[in-house]
Design a protein around this ligand. Structure first.
Ligand code: ATR
Length: 279
């Protein structure tokens, strides 16, 4: 019997996950399908109960439900519990178990640009949900330093204090981040600054950038933010948010099927979908 997979969010019309996963199920000859469901917060518990009752194979969870879904699941793995957010649910013998593949997806995509995090000096810009997933994932990889620059300093300190893994971290302002930029091997931009339609904004200028530094921006619309353009023009290696999106999906697919899918195929598929939408 065909297995059902899904993504729950609100809104959900923009999600590229259905096209990506439908293509993978068909490519690997798996008798399954994947649908987007728009679910309001007050209906989330019922939606999860319904999916469980009909024997869903698994599902993704997106904004704004990644944290709110946790109490409605049967269990959550350690990383997702520490992050406080679930983006992937797997039906394990009738139990709905939550995982977070956003942070690990970022890390896997990063390996193409920086083979190891251990011993590196890393700065994350932003302290929201995406930053939290990346911070807690990288903290386990033993970087020498893992600092957070954020507009609201208390939020950055809150994230640092919540971290159960031993890591050297401090919170700093955007001004300090700009001044100390040359100290870092890797800088990861996780805020919405520079996302379409406000494409001419960037969190900090990159005057002090060394070209040995890897600069990542988790935004993929546009594919190259102004922040990345400035970094590229200064000779640094740059990575946009496409890899994080594709790898989080690949890791979810692997959890559901045991198959780690063809990343290039997924990338091409997402780029095709973005074709009409990037500016
Ligand atoms: P997400 O889940 O996508 O990470 P979020 O949780 O709303 O989104 O977090 C947004 C991040 O972008 C935060 O770090 C936020 O800074 P604050 O903690 O100070 O709110 C940052 N951010 C958003 N708009 C910003 C702006 N105009 N200037 C500076 N920082 C901004």
């Amino acid at each position: 019997m065909k297995k059902l997979f899904a993504v729950l969010g609100d809104p959900i019309g923009h999600s590229m996950s259905p096209v990506m996963h439908k293509d993978l199920f068909s490519f690997y000859n798996i008798d399954a399908d994947y649908f987007p469901f728009q679910v309001k917060e007050e209906d989330l518990h019922d939606a999860v109960k319904g999916l469980k009752a009909i024997g869903v194979g698994g599902f993704n969870v997106t904004v704004p439900h990644k944290s709110k879904i946790i109490p409605f699941l049967d269990g959550v793995d350690e990383l997702a519990a520490n992050i406080g957010a679930v983006n992937t649910v797997v039906n394990e013998n009738g139990q709905l178990i939550g995982y977070n593949t956003d942070g690990p997806g970022f890390l896997q995509g990063l390996y193409n640009y920086l083979p190891k995090i251990a011993g590196q000096k890393v700065m994350i810009i932003g302290a929201g949900g995406a930053a939290r997933a990346i911070y807690l994932t990288l903290a386990k990889e033993k970087p020498l330093v893992l600092d957070i620059a954020n507009r609201t300093l208390e939020k950055a300190w809150g994230l640092i204090k919540d971290c159960p893994y031993a890591v050297s971290s401090r919170a700093c302002s955007f001004d300090e981040a700009r001044e100390t930029l040359a100290d870092y091997d890797l800088v990861i931009q996780t805020t919405l600054i520079g996302m379409s339609p406000k494409i001419y904004e960037q969190p900090i200028p990159l005057n002090n950038l060394r070209k040995q530094t890897v600069i990542c921006d988790i935004i993929y619309n546009p594919l190259e933010t102004q922040f990345l353009t400035e970094a590229r023009l200064k000779g640094a290696s740059i990575q946009n948010g496409l890899d994080m999106f594709v790898y989080q999906g690949a890791l979810a697919f692997e959890k559901w099927t045991g198959i780690f899918p063809d990343i290039l195929r997924m990338r091409d598929n997402v780029l095709k979908q973005l074709g009409g939408r990037t500016c």
